[in-house]
Design a protein around this ligand. Structure first.
Ligand code: SF4
Length: 447
């Protein structure tokens, strides 16, 4: 039974990708706005919300374990997120089958649904302390950087992916709303905005690039216009999940002019046209090598990060070698590679030519080994250069920062041994003194 004299308290477990983190932040913001307390432990909470991930099998397991633990420790559990939308072949919800005792299950991006279940099981406190909620909402990332979600869902149907079946088609957030949120983040001290979505380059396609308003002036719901507006806020702006469509060419000059960071996170996934077609990838037919060459001509400091899948069904040794040759030509800065692993419900599972585990693993290792030299050489170009970094951590041994080419959590670091007097969230000028495969070492430039 809840004690009516104390503030109702909700425990929160947040799993999954940056997009799920944004969902968590929205729910936490609403909870705080309505006067609920948030608890970091199960026993202090009246109920627990678990925001799950369902993208790969390991994430499903982690999410199911987290739900099990919350049920065991607390007993009153609401599940939200991608796993909540996942069904088995018979159309039965996976969460409900494994954990029938949960109070309710919703899919991702379901703040309203989650809030109405919370109201049902843990009534709202009578007098919400609305003023206690900071205008930028509640964030799970450190104070100085924040994810900005510009759209939800995806119009593509990549054969290895089930995100569209979980999150639906593309729905772009109105540009005015996105910019208002970005401004509130900057007002709250954020120094780096990370733009996320399923397909950032498709922003506004669903609303036919409708014109919205920001600060009283018209702005189109379009990637270029968004980047230009964000570039006026005076903080780092980093783009994730961009596809190499022709209109991406337009934003490279904004990078060259220093308006937004010269950084593109493009999940190429493969280079062989045959494999890309079987993957049903967007922009599969584009000549990306030529495009990358032109981008670098306009913006020589451009950092390109990408991910690849090795051992996709039907990938021949020839396709794979084509990918390695492509990597040699493309000279990407940062690369991640997964060996193909089937995701329940994905159409790629029906493709012929499924490869044995050893082949997928061996190709993944070969790709990473091949790329290592390329990434190191790209980083070596930074040696002796003076660069601006954003400081993430400071202690007695110095500071850890990131360059414009390093996104938080996925890329490298800049280690500054003489940075003990720097402050977290500060931009600093440093000279690069050494490099290794992933990280830079630097010293402060005295004024
Ligand atoms: S672009 Fe492809 S991989 Fe990315 S979310 Fe859409 S369907 Fe999935």
């Amino acid at each position: 039974m809840n004690n009516p004299s104390r503030t109702p308290t909700v425990g929160f477990v947040s799993l999954g990708c940056p997009k799920a983190t944004v969902d968590s932040e929205n729910i936490l913001t609403r909870l705080r706005a309505e006067g609920y307390d948030i608890s970091g432990s199960y026993d202090g909470a009246d109920l627990v919300i678990v925001n799950t991930c369902g993208f790969i099998d390991a994430a499903v397991e982690e999410s199911l374990d987290a739900i099990g633990e919350a049920l065991h420790e607390n007993g009153r559990v609401i599940v939200t997120g991608c796993l909540g939308a996942k069904k088995d072949a018979a159309g039965q919800g996976i969460v409900e089958q494994v954990h029938p005792k949960v109070l309710a299950v919703t899919g991702p991006h379901a703040t309203e649904e989650v809030m109405s279940v919370v109201h049902e099981h843990l009534p709202k406190p009578h007098d919400p302390f609305i003023d206690l909620v900071p205008p930028q909402g509640i964030r799970l990332t450190p104070q100085h950087y924040a994810y900005l979600k510009i759209s939800e869902g995806c119009n593509h149907r990549c054969s290895f992916c089930i995100i569209p079946s979980m999150r639906g088609d593309l729905v772009s957030r109105p540009i005015g709303e996105v910019m208002k949120e970005a401004e509130a983040l900057v007002d709250a001290g954020v120094k780096e905005i990370l733009v996320v979505s399923q397909d950032t380059s498709a922003y506004g396609v669903d609303v036919k690039y409708r014109t919205g308003f920001w600060g009283g002036r018209p702005v189109k719901t379009k990637m270029y216009d968004l980047c230009k507006a964000l570039g006026e806020l005076g903080v780092w702006v980093r783009l994730h999940y961009v596809y190499p469509y022709p209109h991406v060419d337009d934003i490279i000059p904004l990078m060259a002019e220093g308006k937004i960071l010269p950084y593109l996170d493009i999940p190429f996934q493969h280079a062989s046209t045959r494999v890309l077609k079987r993957m049903k990838r967007p922009a599969a037919a584009e000549n990306t090598l030529e495009r990358i060459r032109r981008w670098r001509e306009i913006c020589p400091d451009l950092t390109i990060r990408s991910t690849f899948i090795a051992g996709f069904p039907g990938e021949t040794e020839e396709d794979f070698n084509e990918l390695l040759d492509w990597l040699s030509e493309a000279q990407l800065d940062r690369v991640g590679c997964f060996s193909y692993s089937p995701v329940e419900g994905a159409t790629a599972n029906e493709l012929d030519g499924q490869l044995p585990d050893e082949v997928r693993e061996e190709r993944r290792d070969r790709l990473m080994e091949h790329q290592e030299d390329i990434s190191t050489q790209r980083l070596e170009r930074m040696l002796d250069r003076e660069i601006t970094v954003l400081v993430d951590e400071v202690d007695d041994e110095g500071a850890v920062a990131r360059s414009m080419g390093d996104a938080p959590e996925i890329d490298g670091l800049v280690i500054i041994p003489d940075g003990t007097d720097l402050e977290v969230g500060e931009y600093a000028r440093v000279r690069v003194t050494d490099v290794d495969v992933h990280d830079l070492y630097a010293q402060i430039i005295e004024d």
